[in-house]
Ligand binder design. Structure first.
Ligand code: ATP
Ligand code: MG
Length: 207
């Protein structure tokens, strides 16, 4: 890349409860098209709440992201939302990242299921205006459902990529039922989950 070209960064947010091979594969497919200087995987902070069952602590979720990304040069965990505590609003995260990486073009990476809920985000129009979006296909959802949100004002890339039909919910459910999660999460993440005995039962939120 020439020195004149602006650097580009991808932000991939999620609960990552836990991170699974579908997340990693999707990011790899996007990276093969966009060649970001880096992609930050950003686990959201979830406030301690009696009703939030089944969520591993922020520290566990961040650690699993770290483990999953260990072998990738350009993929990095970011604790920006966890460190901020409080509700994780994308607009706040975006502003922080822009401060941390000035002169860098920011892209939000997200699955079509998440994108279809964007109108529920705080200040979502500002988020859409202030960065580009890369929307990734996901089994069970159609990219064409996004058409109502698309206008010329926004830079939105809809990517039909090869995705894996895996969700964190499925991973958690399989663990609770004592079923194998081999191949659904990276091996080091699988080992971490086993060692820490995560997701064996629906827990109350632990900070
Ligand atoms: P849960 O079942 O708990 O909702 P999840 O598998 O959907 O978990 P999230 O942490 O909610 O994972 O998702 C974070 C981001 O990753 C979202 O933008 C989501 O659309 C995307 N994503 C999750 N799984 C896949 C997948 N298999 N393929 C492509 N994108 C995915
Ligand atoms: Mg989800």
């Amino acid at each position: 890349m020439s020195k004149m070209e602006k650097k580009r960064i991808g932000l991939f947010g999620g609960t990552f409860n836990p991170i699974h091979c579908g997340h990693v594969k999707a990011a790899e497919s996007v990276q093969n098209i966009f060649f970001f200087d880096r992609i930050l995987f950003i686990p959201s902070y979830l406030p301690p709440h009696k009703e939030s069952v089944d969520v591993a602590s922020a520290a566990h979720r961040l650690k699993m992201v770290e483990l999953a990304l260990a072998s990738f040069d350009r993929f990095f965990p970011s604790s920006v939302e966890i460190d901020a505590r409080g509700t994780s609003y994308s607009i706040l995260t975006l502003n922080k990242i822009k401060e941390m990486f000035p002169q860098t073009e920011v892209f939000f990476l997200l699955g079509i299921d998440a994108f279809l809920e964007i109108e529920t985000w705080k200040d979502y129009e500002d988020v859409l205006e202030q960065c580009s979006f890369v929307v990734m296909s996901r089994p069970g959802f159609r990219l064409s459902e996004a058409k109502d949100i698309l206008t010329e004002k926004y830079k939105i890339y809809l990517l039909s990529i090869n995705t894996l039909d895996i969700s964190s919910s499925e991973v958690r459910e399989r663990i609770r039922k004592n079923q194998s999660i081999e191949g659904l999460v990276p091996e080091n993440v699988e080992n971490y989950i086993k060692e820490r005995r995560l997701y064996l039962q629906k827990n109350e939120f632990q900070d």
